[in-house]
Design a protein around this ligand. Structure first.
Ligand SMILES: [Cu+2]
Length: 368
């Protein structure tokens, strides 16, 4: 790939130098000598056709990209607000696509229609109030509509409140991992501050041990959420700016050192259900096919390595689809791998899992 890019750069530089010398030569020629270098009607016509060809190329590559790469998009939203969010995005895309299609056509068509012709002078056309009114008012109405709808959707999504008894979960970001904390039986998070972090005593989130709300808090490395229950997330960061990104739930919020940020959503599809989604099934099949092909190669390599008495490589596991929390701010060298698995399950499964977890109080008692 680097070789191809280098060659492309070299070729472009060569063309640029060639064109520059041509311009220089032209500027040196006398008027009658340079006549042969000026574009004639035929040249202009050919350039007009090339314009059309370029337009067809842009249309085709757009259609091709939709057809070929749509499978890489996320599956249906797994949160209650996600459907509205996706619909807003879809409508915006459709409008942009239609406008792009029409304006590109007009641009290329008029480029061709008014190509240079021998003896023809361009028309000087100062202004036309009606035309200007039309091309101002239509974008104003469409954009105002989209923006108002967007603002309304945004306000709805960002309205973090305590109605409907939400589950309170803290997402704690640090270079380069996530930790989640539940409020415990009382569903209230105990006070915490980075200054109270005590690694020796396993108080990794800096919980206030004197706060009675902290004792029953549950700290975990895998986020479990009961389906259908609203979750209010409280985000904290220990070191730099991170961003809690949960793409399947159409959720993202910055984690800022020194303050608590919030986001709220209701998961509506369990992990078991999303694995049945036909797009997800296809994606898993494709990925595991690639892994199986790689494993064939690794096995062959291992045979040679074994024969030489060298350590062998590990085979790739088959992949299962999971929801995921990612960091979406470039926060350092291992940013790319800053993630946590999210499991959405039934209320019963969630409760059974929660029972197996230790509370903060229990962990503190065990280290004392
Ligand atoms: Cu990060």
């Amino acid at each position: 790939m680097t070789v191809v890019l280098t060659l492309a750069v070299l070729a472009l530089v060569a063309i640029a130098i060639w064109q520059m010398t041509k311009i220089f030569e032209l500027s040196q020629l006398k008027a009658d000598q340079s006549r042969a270098q000026i574009a004639n009607d035929n040249d202009n016509k050919n350039n007009g056709y090339l314009l059309f060809a370029f337009m067809v190329f842009t249309y085709l590559i757009t259609i091709f990209s939709f057809w070929k790469y749509s499978k890489f998009l996320l599956p249906d939203a797994s949160s209650a607000h996600g459907e509205e969010y996706d619909y807003l995005m879809l409508v915006s895309f459709v409008i942009i696509f239609i406008v792009q299609f029409i304006t590109q056509f007009l641009l290329h068509y008029f480029g061709y229609k008014y190509r240079g012709r021998e003896g023809q002078k361009a028309l000087f056309y100062a202004d036309n109030d009606r035309l200007e009114f039309i091309w101002t008012i239509i974008p104003v109405i469409v954009l105002a509509g989209l923006i108002l709808w967007g603002l309304y959707t945004w306000t709805n999504i960002m309205d973090v409140n305590d109605e409907d008894d939400p589950l309170i979960v803290e997402l704690y970001a640090q270079q380069f991992n996530w930790t989640a904390r539940y409020g415990g039986a009382d569903n209230v998070l105990g006070g915490a501050n980075v200054r109270m972090i005590d690694i020796d005593r396993a108080n990794v989130l800096g919980l206030d041990e004197s706060d009675s709300y902290a004792a029953d808090d549950v700290i975990v490395k895998e986020l479990h959420l009961p389906v259908g229950r609203k979750v209010n997330f409280k985000m904290r960061s220990q070191d730099v700016l991170h961003s809690a990104y949960m793409p399947h739930f159409r959720a993202q919020m910055n984690c800022v050192p020194g303050m608590t940020t919030e986001f709220s959503f209701t998961p509506i599809t369990t992990t078991a259900e999303i694995r049945q989604n036909s797009e997800v099934v296809d994606k898993v099949k494709r990925t595991n096919k690639i892994r199986a092909e790689k494993n064939v190669k690794i096995t062959e390599e291992n045979r040679i390595l074994e024969a030489h008495g060298e350590p062998t490589k590990e085979l790739l596991d088959s992949w299962e689809y999971d929801y995921i929390l990612l960091c979406n701010k470039i926060c350092g060298k291992s940013h790319y791998n800053m993630q946590m698995k999210i499991i959405v399950e039934t209320q019963e499964e969630y409760e059974a899992w929660m029972k197996t977890q230790q509370t903060f109080g229990q962990t503190m008692a065990s280290v004392q």
